[in-house]
Design a protein around this ligand. Sequence first.
Ligand code: ATP
Ligand code: MG
Length: 466
Amino acid sequence: MKYATKLLLSYLLLSVLSFTIILISVNKAIDYFSFVTIEKQMMEKADMCELTFREILTKHEKLKAQGLAPDVPESALETLKASAKEVRIYDSNLKLKGLAVGGIRVNNGTPLIFKGNIEKALKGNYSYTVTENKLIYFAIPIQDQFYENVYVFELVENISYFYDIMDKIRYILFIGAGGFIFLITLSSLYIARKTTKPIKYLLGATERFSKQQFEHVELHRKDELGMLAAGLNQMGIQLKDYIQYQKQFVSNVSHELKTPLAAISGFSQYLYEGENEDKDLQKIYFHLVNESERLTMLINELLILSRFDKADQLELNTEKTDLSKLINSVVLDLKSKADKQEITIEVNLEKAVFVYVNKILMSHAVANILDNAIRYSSPKTHIKVETFVRQTEAVIKISDQGIGIDQSDILRVHERFYRAKNSNAAKGSGLGLSICKEIVEKFNGHLEIESEIGVGTTVAMILPFT
Ligand code: ATP
Ligand code: MG
């Protein structure tokens, strides 16, 4: 997952999570607030009713003392019947003593009774229940002059209007939450883009560094990223200088060695070809000739590479070249080497494939790859050399049935002096493929290497027509 996506997702997750927590808490607070408000309203009403009820009770106590027998619930109901949508009066035996609905007394009603509330009220506590159809049943204890809970007065009110208000508040809150999350998404997107832009720039710079393309790296900012860019830039400068120095050193040494090596090579050849009876000396001379030839080849390769390093001065002299002619002549040059190991070379060339290259350099590159194919193959195997056209490119493909290259080495075999794990199979300096790569790249082409240990290797040189 990309860093920007990770950043965006974590921002979103965090904000959605915190907003959900806020939303749940606010929702709970609204619930709490609504019940507290309803309770307060009902209590105020209950206090009024209780007061009136108790006045009636006191008045009737006096009448009782005078020998009369007044009906308390009857009088209380008559006075308080319009104080709620529905009012009820219960005695201390939980018996319904009076009921009024909408201010009208009802005699034979069978209303829904919350017994628990009435029992609680008879113990002196206010108690209520809210039903699903948003009716509140509020039971009020009524005490006589001896503080005995003798009656329960119950109010039934419709509180749906309150729920409607709360639902509206919740609706507004949810709309706000939606807007907030939308804004958070937009700002996270912006922040993620803004944060990853310089990182992408630095990543691009390191990628170019790995291809030895050193360019100035700078971020106009004073934070850690700015410092990282400055550090990277410094590293690039040092790396470039170091590589330049290394190349210059190799080039100077190669130049210095060229003349004495030519002398050594010439003299050893002279000694080897001269009259000599001593077999041991003859062997030594032979060895000298071989090694000085190998060294001469190495120096020549190093000099080619140093010419490439001074690319500006390198005169390429490209010309329209018939690939089949060029390849046939390279194959001819190396045929005797292949014959020595009884390796057969099959040549399969498409006719009239022309590319713009420097003939000498290109022959050198093809020869290097064919030489590898022969060198890293067992005797009596087969090598295939093909050329063909692929879209807008010419392909030169050399496949062998040799020892193959390990996958971990494939990406590195074209580095200078790099030899794969299999390299003890033959002598070499590890420069051949790096020269091929540089030559092909000079003509805007590239190398493709495929290989399997024990099966063989295919190296393709791809050259564009333009
Ligand atoms: P030289 O500079 O003399 O060519 P070299 O052959 O070792 O030396 P390269 O041609 O650059 O160097 O090849 C690099 C390494 O890649 C070789 O050492 C070898 O391990 C591996 N290699 C190249 N071509 C083949 C091949 N056809 N089959 C197996 N291994 C190969
Ligand atoms: Mg080689």
